[in-house]
Design a protein around this ligand. Structure first.
Ligand code: FAD
Length: 353
């Protein structure tokens, strides 16, 4: 997830650099006689963070590629942002009724994928955490201080992924609790990556790297024939360095972390990933979760869920669901322990930088 720069807020906020960064390692300049032709790079702001598309072999850019990428990202923002009052999700959140509401096929697809991950993670991933996200100050609205226990208890009654009923026919969605509010921040950027990848494939490109806010999808190879290299950041709230480089092709990778986007109050630090079972920020020792999956959307959601589950339940999920997972866990002192699932070990040839 790229860092869209720290933004300072009130006394409670120590700093809120946007999101954990999965540093895109400098694409290795593997020794080759002829330097490969420059890749086409497209980049810009989106969804409160940034995007980057890399197409090796300097394809002719008659503007069609840039337009396809921009339209795709703008469409996801217009449908799924909780930072825009005119988005479809904001309209759904204002719909305080248990009557079904028609939604777009795209939003239905994301809600259905979210429900699948909620079910597989036994509720550790839950898009209905919206009211809690706002109460803890990690949404579009300021929060002057952490919510009281009583406030959290009250908001918990208005959350719960099973209180959202989907109807593929409409497509439509129904809230069994009218005050339910959803937050797609942990899945929609991954969805945007998948949609951009599909747009590039439709334009005939089979070799590319797409990144939105640190969610990445790599296809094919780089111009010199080597695999794409994506760095997993060392979890350090004060600096940036690459801990591990992953060599990728034809897969997506997402990392969630709670060491960049946090608040402090009364000497306590609260990360932006919430445990839907307690209504509070996660309190385990996992500081970063990386997931490889063919879908960036699924990798995005699973990475967030793994932060909630912690290393024991997280690795049990990874083995149960045959997921390629790397967890970074705080040990004694400044030490960091790595937990890799069997699939991650089998899939990943990785090297320290
Ligand atoms: P991730 O780990 O991927 O997700 C954590 C986020 O998911 C939390 O911030 C919270 O919102 C939510 N969450 C927390 N716990 C859970 C849980 N257990 N289950 C499910 N979800 C949970 N930010 C801006 O500042 N300005 C914008 O204009 C803006 N527009 C956006 C538009 C869209 C369409 C989306 C999807 C996001 C937008 N954002 C915006 C938010 C920003 O892009 C990031 O999504 C946010 O900072 C968290 O991303 P992350 O990858 O760091 O965290």
């Amino acid at each position: 997830m790229a860092d869209s720069g720290a933004a300072r807020r009130g006394a409670h906020l120590v700093h809120r650099a946007a999101t954990l960064s999965v540093a895109l390692a400098a694409l290795c300049g593997c020794a080759s006689r002829e330097p490969p032709p420059p890749a086409l790079e497209l980049a810009g702001p989106t969804m409160g963070t940034s995007y980057r598309v890399t197409l090796p072999g300097a394809p002719r850019d008659d503007g069609a590629i840039g337009a396809a990428v921009r339209q795709t990202l703008d469409r996801v923002d217009a449908l799924m942002s909780t930072y825009r009052a005119d988005s479809e999700v904001s309209r759904l959140n204002r719909h305080e009724s248990s009557e079904p509401l028609s939604i777009s096929a795209e939003t239905h697809a994301v809600l259905a994928a979210a429900q699948e991950v909620s079910s597989a993670t036994r509720g550790a991933f839950d898009i209905t955490v919206g009211p809690l996200v706002d109460a803890w100050g990690f949404g579009p609205r300021e929060a002057s201080a952490p919510p009281s226990e009583e406030t959290v208890r009250g908001l918990m009654e208005r959350t719960g992924w099973q209180k959202l009923a989907l109807d593929a026919q409409g497509p439509a969605v129904r809230k069994t609790v009218p005050q339910l509010r959803i937050d797609l921040s942990a899945i929609a950027k991954g969805y945007a990556v998948d949609l951009v990848a599909e747009a590039l494939e439709r334009l005939g490109y089979g070799h590319y790297l797409v990144e939105v806010g640190g969610e990445v999808r790599a296809a094919g190879v780089r111009a010199d024939g080597s695999l794409w290299r994506v760095g997993v950041e060392r979890p350090d709230s004060m600096g940036r360095s690459v801990l591990r480089i992953l060599h990728l092709s034809d897969t997506a990778v997402a990392t969630s972390g709670n060491y960049r986007n946090f608040r402090e109050a009364d000497g306590q630090r609260f990360g932006h990933v919430l445990d839907p079972r307690t209504g509070r920020p996660t309190a385990n020792r996992v500081v970063s979760a990386t997931v490889l999956d063919p879908s960036a959307m699924r990798a995005d959601a699973l990475a967030t869920a793994l932060l909630v589950l912690g290393e024991g339940d997280g690795m049990a999920l990874a083995e149960r669901e045959d997921l390629a997972v790397l967890l970074l866990v705080e040990g004694a002192g400044e030490s960091l322990r790595e937990f890799k699932s069997a699939k991650f070990r089998a899939k990943m040839e990785d090297e320290s930088p």
